[in-house]
Design a protein around this ligand. Structure first.
Ligand SMILES: *Cc1c(COP(=O)(O)O)cnc(C)c1O
Length: 452
């Protein structure tokens, strides 16, 4: 057996906050682990940048070769409170020594109830709410749809262009992009209908104009009387960090309310301070009926939630919702520690500051490089869309080469977008301004090195 990890440093915010390159990336130990992975794990489970982690914290990931990489991905918007955050480590350590599992639907425990109470209080709107806990984002979305159908006694669900809601059968149907999420994996769940999204950079429409188009599609192609729920990400995540034009979300929410349709905000990626508000819906004063959360909720432990109006949440019969692991006590302990940091630890303010630093640096870059067609996002959820400056056509090849250059230079950089031409910046909220700026400098180098 390899004992690669024996000398691993302890993670958390005390790790030296620096980009440090000791070997080529991936280094020899990562390459060795990757070759073991290739023989033990199916190719469908891919690794974007095949380095293997030894420790992480603050704004860096240290790999098994001792390289320290700037983390601009947070494991896809998960470690918002920082990796191995001391408050989370302490809460988890205490809980794991008490009990690790009972199954909440067999024997209850306080942590689950406390997380539900906190989410009921922190999510938008001061109406009476309930929260049910699950393990993954996709599972939360599945359950939100179950609850909406149970409440409305209707079946149809509307989702949007560029949507991403997960990889289970129902959520694959709800996700827009075929490759790599759906291709070859059908047949998909029925009664899922797709409407047009507001995409200001590409459609140039105002929010109300774009909403009128979507609403007309819904009325003509589905019919309000058949529609259980509208499910929408307030800012599209995997689909390209698309911020809808102002007024789009409020118009849809209003239409849903008038028609008895459950308005579900999928805040799995946008939630928990990421966008400079606790939830992205707050930027436009939208109060969803149900809200799904996961990713940033528990400092890296698997947990997800559906929170919403009591009368909707209570529609499902006893025993109709649940699961073996949903709301695991260790994950709940991590969530309580994380939620405390989101509420009182200054992280929402920090997300706004990160947004100012990133927007400034990326706009400066755009002035000197016309291949950056758009700079968009909110808070610590920012992106650039790379295009052919002549035609505006998406440039996926350039995007891929920038991400690869950055990885080799010690910066973890994620891509996204229906057309594969968006680079997203979603660092841990514990990253320093210096590391952020250095990360953007590497992107600048990467753009300069790419053939025009
Ligand atoms: C990641 C994501 C999901 C799926 O979450 P998993 O935990 O990967 O199942 C659903 N919706 C949105 C908006 C996401 O970003």
């Amino acid at each position: 057996m390899t004992t690669t990890l024996a000398l691993a440093p302890v993670g958390g915010p005390t790790l030296p906050q620096e980009r440090r390159i000791l070997t080529e990336i991936p280094g020899p130990k990562s390459r060795e682990l990757f070759s073991r992975k290739q023989h033990a794990v199916p190719g469908g489970v891919n690794i974007a940048l095949p380095v293997f982690a030894a420790a992480a914290g603050g704004g860096v990931v240290v790999d098994v070769d001792g390289n320290s990489l700037i983390d601009l991905g947070s494991g896809i918007a998960v470690t918002s409170v920082g990796n191995a955050a001391p408050e989370v480590v302490e809460a988890v350590t205490a809980q794991v020594a008490q009990f690790t599992h009972t199954c909440f639907t067999i024997t209850g425990y306080e942590g689950y109830v406390a997380v539900a109470e906190k989410l009921n209080r922190l999510t938008p709107g001061d109406h009476e709410k309930r929260t049910a806990l699950f393990n993954s984002g996709a599972e939360a979305v599945e359950n939100a749809v179950k609850i909406a159908r149970s409440h409305t006694r209707r079946q149809a669900v509307v989702v949007f262009d560029h949507a991403y809601h997960g990889r289970t059968n129902l959520t694959m149907a709800m996700t827009a992009k075929s490759m790599p999420y759906k291709s070859g994996f059908g047949p998909f769940a029925s009664e899922i209908h797709r409407a047009s999204l507001s995409y200001p950079y590409r459609d140039g429409r105002s929010g109300p104009e774009a909403a009128a188009i979507a609403i007309s599609e819904i009325e003509k192609q589905v019919g309000a009387e058949n529609l259980a729920a509208i499910v929408i990400e307030p800012i599209q995540g995997e689909g390209g960090f698309i911020v809808p034009a102002p007024g789009f979300l409020p118009a849809l929410a209003e239409w849903a309310r008038e028609n008895g349709v459950v308005f579900i905000a999928d805040e799995i990626q946008t939630g928990f301070s990421r966008t400079g508000a606790l939830f992205a819906c707050e930027h436009e004063g939208v109060v969803p009926d149900l809200i799904t959360t996961a990713k940033g909720i528990a400092g890296g432990l698997p947990l997800s939630a559906v929170t919403g109006r009591a009368e909707i949440m209570d529609a499902a019969h006893a025993g109709g919702l649940g699961g073996t692991y949903g709301g695991n006590p260790v994950a709940c302990a991590a969530a309580l520690a994380s939620l405390e940091l989101f509420e009182h630890g200054g992280l929402t303010e920090r997300a706004r500051e990160i947004g100012v630093v990133l927007r400034g640096a990326l706009n400066a870059l755009r002035v000197e490089d016309q291949r950056i067609g758009d700079v968009r996002g909110r808070g610590a959820m920012m992106a650039i869309e790379l295009v052919d400056p002549g035609t505006g056509e998406p440039d996926a090849a350039l995007t891929k080469s920038v991400a690869e250059y950055a990885g080799a230079a010690g910066v973890i950089l994620l891509t996204c977008g229906t057309y594969g031409n968006v680079i997203r910046f979603l660092p841990p909220l514990t990253i320093s301004d210096d590391l952020l700026r250095e990360g953007v400098r590497v992107v600048r180098e990467a753009l300069a090195a790419a053939p025009r």
